[in-house]
Design a protein around this ligand. Sequence first.
Ligand SMILES: [Ca+2]
Length: 247
Amino acid sequence: MGSAVPGLFLLLLYLASGCWAGDCKGHRQILRGPPGYVTDGPGNYSVNGNCEWLITAPGSNYHIVLNFTFMETECTYDYLFVYDGDSYQSPLLASLSGRTLPPPIEAKSGKMLLHLFSDANYNLLGFNATYGFSLCPWDCGGHGRCDAVSSRCQCHQGWGGRDCSLPVCSTDCTQHGHGRCDEKREHCLCSSGFVGQICQLGLRDNSGVGQWWDVSYKDESFSPRTASAGVYLSSTRTFYMFGGKQK
Ligand SMILES: [Ca+2]
């Protein structure tokens, strides 16, 4: 009797969300509003899997933001690909693998396609994520109000950027003591030996291992498959990166 109560609770939770994706069975599942929950299902995903979930917002002018609560795939063998659109020809937003919890991911087309690929052996628990719709980028990052008429964010004091995700430059760049603010260009100028959006990454230590970091919000030379893991070789002055996502 005791074990039946949690099971009932989970069932009710899934039904209440209205958008639980259910088991991964090798075909596309379409998730429409209201905002909800997407997962490959309880237990391990299957081997040789090709499972798809298409999240569809009320219109093409909506942004979809995906927030992960769990991630576990066989690193470098099993992947969750995320596209901004409804096909593999749509822009690739992220190629995710391993156990590191991904940062939020946004699609701007009103549709977001998730594709879970697994190879012939060794399967793990998969992924859980929530999603939401907004007329503004990143739903204004929790630091602003979305003006539905203009689809623009009105940021709270101390926050900037089109999605209100950037702390005011003057305080942000200096918080680690490794940079200063270029107020005219609104970005950080890092001291020697440090990189990153807010100069938080040291080139001579290992402090950032196992976490996601923003290398740059504005540099479009970084492709969607970069930045999930990287190493800097001072001997060749080269930064190698594997996997990753697009801002
Ligand atoms: Ca595998």
